[in-house]
Design a protein around this ligand. Structure first.
Ligand code: AHR
Length: 707
């Protein structure tokens, strides 16, 4: 019976294949006179692929670190999530001073619940240290064996429990006179039906002390609907701070990163990491910038800050951890320094008042590359990183085209001169790219690179994917496309997004003589709490502050969007040399560009024509293999005649790796993570001249063996 079913399916499939080829052939013969031709000149190298071409861009947004890559499982471990935001203007702000956060008088800390008859509150009278002027007061005066009192934390939308896993628990505690302990820490299901692990801690006294223990989970099913509990059966009062729970981290690095997400990044073979932002480097106000000095040293001395994306950062994921991430994945750091301008448009113009920030940037560079004999290099060593990092690129600020005061040129020059004088080997990046008017670009110095950002619709991205071919080759500043994405699909992009991305990446590769590096953004989104509008559309809010992010996850699992797979395909098939290409009869489509405002200029709606086929060709030096990338964004198959000159022969057999979907809305999700993934197959009929039909909505990587 099953065999019959199988056979009839096979017959149906082969009929469909015949139909498909008939359609493909029909397309070819109908368009025979206008056959699309891609010519590759294998003996003409137009650029060396920069070794750091594909990278990552990241910041604390969408619960990327806390609630994402950073392994801390306790949400609001520092009890500062209730901090009352304070606005400090630059004229009164003192750069080296730490401004203590203020807290509401009464309430229990966010994301913590009381257990039994416990009364919990934020207490600013029992500070742990200068950085932690607040603690959690646990009044357990009515605790007993039959009714323990304590606190519970549900993590970032759940606490992931994995089988056979050892969790590290740590916290600071002190007790009021009369408390005789012990405290019990444990992991259990949120419904209270399953206990996974428990440990007891005694020795809490009237002085703050750190306690550590482990919780070992046996052979259970993975789950995330769980809580962490800290309780006592002894009556009394206890204060707590830095309550922390860590699962094993990637490469077992202390204070390290989530294993599945790190592995997913590693698989895409990125070469650099641009950090710490993005808007995150600027902050809304001066006292909310990424103040790197407050993010180094032991985590219990890092005060944390409110980030521009609307939630508290403990800064447990600080400058050392960005470097740790680079170390984990062998990434080159690309460091963005705060440049005296914030998102709410506060700024300090060039001159003596900017000097402390220039000094801060020099010290930050010293932290990254200084040896143990330097002040900040020694701090990095103390933070667990004995070797200097291979820093080559420093970016001055972020998106300073927003600065309408005209101060960027001067601010850039002041940072540029100081960095160049002390570290002549560093390449200095301006945050204003050529996509912005001349008037806002840097003129007083020549930036080594300019950072261009493109967040676009699929059609816009495809329309601009031949723009770099026309860019001037005489400009001395190279291009860093430091943030870009085709923003279609939420929380993560769909196949349309991947097609726009791949079209753009073809253009970046073809133009690797002027584009030195690029990175998609944002990288991560926690998809646990998605908000919808009345029509059901996923909108910003909850665990997502920015839609269309490369990789999605919840507390337990993760997935790559079709765009992630496009990045991965391009990243691992980059090649070493860009080959000259030319195309004839590229198919086109038309689309309506909506009315919009760009750089303050109103643009009315306009009908536009864009190519629907995109390509690039590179070569792997070692093997001589030619890598041809073809993106067919159309809803119909497209035949392309590929002509390769400058080689003796191309083997008839090669490989095709194809990322495609039935339609451009197709996507991956936390519940259906592998709907759109690349498939690799052996292909025949290749040569120095061959015609191949590329499926609708597809990205194809052809690997050709050349002699
Ligand atoms: O990637 C999200 C944001 O987009 C970045 O923080 C900012 O640089 C850009 O505007």
């Amino acid at each position: 019976m099953n065999l019959i079913k199988y056979r009839s399916r096979e017959i149906l499939a082969s009929k469909l294949m015949v139909g498909f080829f008939a359609l493909a052939v029909a397309t070819v013969s109908l368009a025979q006179t206008n056959l699309t031709v891609l010519q590759i000149q294998a003996d003409k190298v137009t650029a060396q692929m920069p070794p750091t071409f594909y990278g990552l861009m990241t910041e604390e947004i969408n619960y990327s670190y806390e609630g994402g890559l950073y392994c801390e499982l306790i949400r609001n471990r520092s009890f500062k999530a209730d901090a009352i935001p304070e606005i400090i203007k630059p004229d009164t702000y003192v750069p080296d001073k730490y401004y203590l956060a203020k807290f509401p008088a009464t309430n229990a800390p966010k994301f913590w619940n009381s257990i039994g008859n416990a009364i919990i509150s934020l207490d600013t009278n029992t500070p742990l240290n200068a950085a932690f002027n607040v603690s959690l007061k646990l009044d357990a005066s009515s605790a007993s064996k039959s009714s323990p009192a304590g606190i519970a934390n549900g993590g970032y939308w759940g606490i992931p429990i994995q089988p056979q896993t050892v969790y590290q628990v740590s916290f600071f505690a002190k007790a009021a006179v009369g408390f005789n302990g012990p405290l019990t820490v444990g992991l259990e299901s949120a419904d209270g039906k399953t206990f996974f692990a428990r440990a007891e801690i005694s020795g809490v006294t009237g002085n703050w002390k750190q306690f550590k223990t482990t919780l070992t989970v046996k052979n259970v099913k993975p789950s995330k609907e769980n809580v962490f509990k800290l309780t006592t059966a002894s009556p009394g009062t206890v204060w707590l701070q830095q309550v922390s729970l860590f699962p094993p981290t990637y490469k077992n690095r202390a204070n390290g990163n989530r294993v599945d997400l790190s592995q997913m990044l590693k698989d895409a073979q990125p070469k650099f990491l641009r950090f710490p932002g993005g808007n995150y480097v600027e902050g809304d106000y001066f006292n909310e910038r990424f103040n790197w000095k407050e993010t180094v040293g032991p985590v219990e001395q890092r005060p944390g800050h409110r980030s521009c994306w609307g939630y508290w950062s403990t800064d447990g994921f600080g400058l050392p951890e960005f470097l740790g991430w680079c170390q984990d994945l062998n990434l080159e750091p690309v460091l963005a320094v705060f440049a005296g301008y914030t998102l709410k448009k506060d700024y300090i113009p060039a001159g003596p008042k900017l000097e402390p920030y220039v000094k801060e940037a020099l010290e930050e560079i010293e932290y990254v590359i200084g040896d143990a004999a330097t002040k900040w290099g020694a701090q990095r060593v103390r933070d667990g990183y004995p070797n200097p990092f291979p820093l080559r690129y420093v970016e001055i600020g972020n998106e300073d085209w927003f600065d309408k005061s005209g101060s960027y040129d001067g601010r850039f020059a002041q940072f540029y001169d100081a960095i160049r004088a002390k570290y002549p080997h560093l390449k200095i990046i301006s945050t204003v790219g050529n996509e912005h008017p001349e008037s806002v670009r840097v003129h007083s110095r020549t930036p080594d690179l300019v950072d261009e950002h493109y967040y676009r619709s699929e059609e816009e991205m495809e329309s601009q994917s031949y723009m770099y071919d026309e860019r001037s080759r005489t400009n001395t500043s190279k291009i860093f496309v430091g943030e870009w994405a085709t923003r279609v699909g939420s929380p993560t992009p769909n196949m349309a997004g991947a097609l726009g991305d791949a079209a753009f990446m073809c253009s970046l590769e073809r133009n690797a003589d002027i584009v030195l590096m690029h990175c998609y953004a944002p990288l991560f989104v926690n998809v646990s709490e998605l908000k919808r509008d009345s029509s059901g559309k996923i909108i910003k809010g909850g665990s997502m502050q920015w839609s269309s992010d490369l990789i999605g996850y919840d507390a337990l699992t993760s997935y790559g969007s079709p765009s992630y797979y496009a990045q991965k395909l391009f990243g691992i098939h980059g090649g070493d040399e860009v080959l000259a290409t030319a195309a004839k009869n590229l198919p086109t489509y038309s689309w309506m560009q909506k009315a919009r405002k760009r750089d303050g200029v109103e643009q009315s709606a306009v009908k536009r024509e864009a190519k629907s086929l995109f390509y690039s060709a590179t070569r792997e030096k070692r093997s001589g293999k030619i890598i041809v990338k073809i993106v067919n964004r159309a809803d119909a198959p497209q035949a392309v005649k590929i002509e390769i000159s400058g080689v003796k022969s191309i083997a008839a057999q090669g490989t095709a790796t194809v990322l495609k979907a039935d339609n451009r809305d197709a996507t991956n999700s936390i519940d259906n993570p592998k709907k759109v993934v690349p498939v690799t197959e052996k292909v025949k009929g290749l040569g120095t001249r061959f015609t191949r039909t590329f499926p609708p909505c597809s990205i194809t990587i052809l690997e050709l063996e050349a002699k």
